[in-house]
Design a protein around this ligand. Structure first.
Ligand code: NAD
Ligand code: UGA
Length: 441
């Protein structure tokens, strides 16, 4: 089948490459010409494991091309996936729909201009995360030019290709049997391999996405709230999480305590959901999400305060080494990165901060120009009074604590992600502290 993917960022580039990989003819469309040029050359403009190989293969095969032209998109296909960003509006926290609206208005203008009848009805399929009611609003905007469906995206950065090719579910929010049939046909290779295909209306599909992200965020904040209780009572949050997670009704995933959630989605999505619920007069129904958000941002503050106590009560003239800048490992995405928020807060309190990350240094430098960066862990830690382990890249687990102890000024480390071996670090002479594990300290 022929389809376009409009907006080729983290979601769109992966979707376009994977749709081509399962056999479709795909045209990726973006307003950013530099981005489309990189993608057309088979180079992902961001770090995502497994994307490079897939992209190169489908570009070489000719099944995936890129353009900046909406007119070309309208000539190429009758099915358009919309994957543009829906960032948080300052103030209200609501979703900014301007990019989604611009895409739909652009398509509407070209479809009206084209004059000739398309081979089949035009279908606009939203994948962006949007407030409930957006598909209906866009359908009114498009009028008779096109049908609208919503097919939310659930991929995780760092394993986006795998999540797209082997999804745990595909949700199709449709208004017509034609839209359902078209989406079934597009995803047939994935459903044949076992992916459940859930058909519903667009409003439910939009809500599945925001409800799922809100639930995941709630799980993380729940365990972080428990870490606070552990710190005050001498209990151990890792054992607590393990024992809770062993109950299959609770499950072990998304119960990793530490610095809390960041990234381009969970924080903005719970705020956008809250804003939309308030708009609908239903603020009370999701009031708990404000607390989820508060607990989450509090973990950043608690980490800064713990570090400040460990360096003697003041960061003035202290060297602080930060391991990790990305919002999570296996990604170079620094949008709302908890690690960088902590690094910047520590810098503002007077410390000299040096940050290391295996992939995200360029993005981090652009977002936080006042921080210093190093490409090498030893250089980052040289003469540090404290090391803060804030993003759990697997390579940090393999560091030699004895060797690193000879580099720093004082061997003190905060493992805010609970991924280092406390015994090994303490045996090498380090003071290691971790949130929710007071007996380590
Ligand atoms: P992104 O910012 O990485 O990419 C958006 C792309 O859209 C950019 O390349 C931008 O140039 C392009 N764009 C903007 N306006 C355009 C226009 N008018 N026409 C064509 N292209 C345009 O965003 P993302 O992280 O890929 O997220 C996209 C959406 O998917 C958001 O709603 C997000 O909440 C949702 N989502 C993201 C993820 C994720 O892991 N990043 C996962 C699931 C859902
Ligand atoms: C998240 C969801 O997991 C995806 O299903 C969804 O599609 C995506 O948001 C989205 O809508 O954009 P992602 O942001 O890529 O995916 O990353 P996650 O693996 O969910 O991690 C998010 C944050 O939570 C990270 O900062 C991570 O460190 C933190 N986290 C995660 C924890 O602190 N504890 C956990 O147990 C799990």
């Amino acid at each position: 089948m022929r389809l376009t993917v409009i907006g080729t960022g983290y979601v769109g580039a992966v979707h376009a490459a994977c749709m081509a990989d399962i056999g479709h003819e795909v045209l990726g469309v973006d307003v950013d010409a530099e981005r489309t040029a990189a993608l057309a050359a088979g180079r992902p403009p961001f770090f995502e494991p497994a994307l490079g190989g897939t992209l190169q293969r489908v570009v070489d095969s000719g099944r995936l091309r890129f353009t900046t032209s909406t007119a070309e998109a309208c000539r190429f296909a009758d099915t358009h996936f919309v994957c543009v960003g829906t960032p948080q509006l300052p103030g209200s926290g609501a979703a900014d729909l301007r990019h989604v609206e611009a895409v739909v208005d652009g398509l509407a203008a070209h479809l009206a201009d084209a004059g000739d009848q398309p081979d089949q009805p035009v279908l606009v399929v939203g994948k962006s995360t949007v407030p409930v009611g957006t598909a209906d609003m866009l359908a009114r905007r498009l009028g008779r030019a096109a049908d609208v469906a919503w097919n939310p995206e659930f991929l995780r950065e760092g394993c986006a290709v795998q999540d797209t090719l082997r999804p745990e579910r595909i949700v199709a929010g449709v208004r017509t049997p034609t839209a359902e049939a078209r989406l079934r046909e597009i995803y047939a290779p994935l459903t044949a391999a076992g992916a459940p295909f859930i058909v519903t209306d667009p409003a439910t599909a939009e809500l599945v996405k925001l409800a799922s992200n809100s639930f995941l965020a709630t799980k993380v904040s729940f365990i972080n709230a428990m870490a606070e209780i552990c710190d005050a009572t001498g209990a151990d949050v890792l054992t607590l999480a393990e024992a809770m997670g062993a109950d299959s009704r609770i499950g072990p995933r998304f119960l990793a305590p530490g610095l809390g959630f960041g990234g381009s989605c969970l924080p903005k999505d719970i705020r956008a959901f809250t804003a939309r619920a308030e708009e609908l007069g239903l603020g009370e129904s999701v009031a708990f999400l404000r607390q989820v958000d508060e607990i989450n941002t509090r973990q950043r503050r608690r980490t800064v305060e713990l570090a400040e106590r460990l360096v003697g009560g003041s960061f003035a003239d202290r060297g602080v080494a930060v391991l990790g800048a990305a919002f999570k490992p296996r990604s170079d995405d620094v949008r709302d990165s908890p690690a960088l928020a902590v690094a910047e807060a520590v810098r503002r309190r007077g410390a000299e901060v040096r940050v290391h990350d295996p992939e995200a240094v360029d993005n981090a430098r652009a977002a936080y120009p006042a921080l210093q960066f190093a490409l090498d862990v030893n250089k980052t830690c040289e003469q540090a009074d404290i090391v803060l382990h804030l993003t759990e890249w697997p390579q940090y687990r393999d560091l030699d604590p004895a060797a690193l102890a000879t580099v720093v000024r004082t061997p003190v480390i905060v493992d805010a992600r609970h991924s280092l071996d406390p015994q090994a670090w303490r045996a090498a002479g380090w003071t290691l502290r971790a949130p929710g594990r007071p007996r380590l300290g």
